[in-house]
Ligand binder design. Sequence first.
Ligand SMILES: *Cc1c(COP(=O)(O)O)cnc(C)c1O
Length: 394
Amino acid sequence: MTFPDYCANCGGPVVLPPATPTLAHTTNLPGMWRYAGRLPVTSDTAWLSMGEGGTPVVPAAAAAEWCGVERLMLKLDHLNPSGSFKDRATAVGVAQAVRQRARAVVCASSGNAAGSTAAYAARAGLPAVVLTPEAVPPGKAAIARAHGATVLRVRGDYSNTFRAARELADRFGWINLTTTYVNPVAVAGLKSAGYELADQLGDTPDWIVVPIGAGPLVHGIVTAYRELRDSGEVAALPRILGVQAEGCAPIADAFARDATEVVPWPEVRTRISAISDPLRGYPADGTYTLRLVRESNGVMATVSDTAAGEAVDQLAHREGLLIESGAAADLVAVRTQRARGTIGPDETVVCVLTGNGAKTLSAEAGPDDPVVADADEAIDHLGALPETAEGMTV
Ligand SMILES: *Cc1c(COP(=O)(O)O)cnc(C)c1O
């Protein structure tokens, strides 16, 4: 099964036609395989599953307060087996590679797709070649290597890795698991995030907040909700708040200019690597995503590296959630759009937390932490003892 790169009619990326979901299409397999009947997978590759999908949605009072909204829910997609939502696409893409008896898989990745591809390829017994930008977070490259993938850094930014992966896939017939829109089968796996949200939330939230590189996750969520609306299973569609980094925001920039076409971003100036895709060579991917956001009556927002760092700290300190900057950026966007009045005071907001912060911790905590001999010295260091939380007995 090979797909053309772009649609001959509309010029946009090729995506699979919507499924017609029925309740008969839910299975009792765990995680996203519950929706196997609505995804391009068959039960003969269900053994590949490591429990991807089925991630919880939790309320977040402290984060809501920080954002200035009444009701904020967090979809904990960083709890996927390899620590990011990419597993939803990779599991389906590797299942396809197994069915096609592919010799190897390849992907371009800013880090999370690398670890995901490496893990699922290992489980399937397939060699994996992973191409990352030069500035890949070292922990993310290490994870891919730990699973036995061959990791190569490509000079320059993400778009160069994208081209290299495509050329290798073309030349050797490897399955390309790059998580832009290049692999429509893998991309369809991302619909599972939308099916789950619909099942978990009941009423459609006013807003779903999604960090965006090229936008396949937006495609997945929007397509799932459309399918469910068309079959009468949900009444309303959510609005999408798409989030990009200020230093690499080709889609948000086109949105702000009221443009219908996305143009490539000239120079990446952000350390929020998970969402920094300049779309050089494939701006039509961004144009398609922009259209989805607009059709949802949604908006695009940008966040600074500094503000994303604050959101990382908020989630870690006050919600107990270790989330990477590209995903914590969601909260910054909620805060600014609430301040502007785009998000109403009593609207329901769901942030998709796409990636685990453990992979990008830059400093090891250990060496700077004080060393003490015993409890007395520990008490000296603590100074004033932390107050016991109200209602707690010790
Ligand atoms: C890949 C990635 C994104 C961007 O998702 P796309 O669907 O490729 O736009 C967002 N957050 C994290 C943590 C990612 O790894």
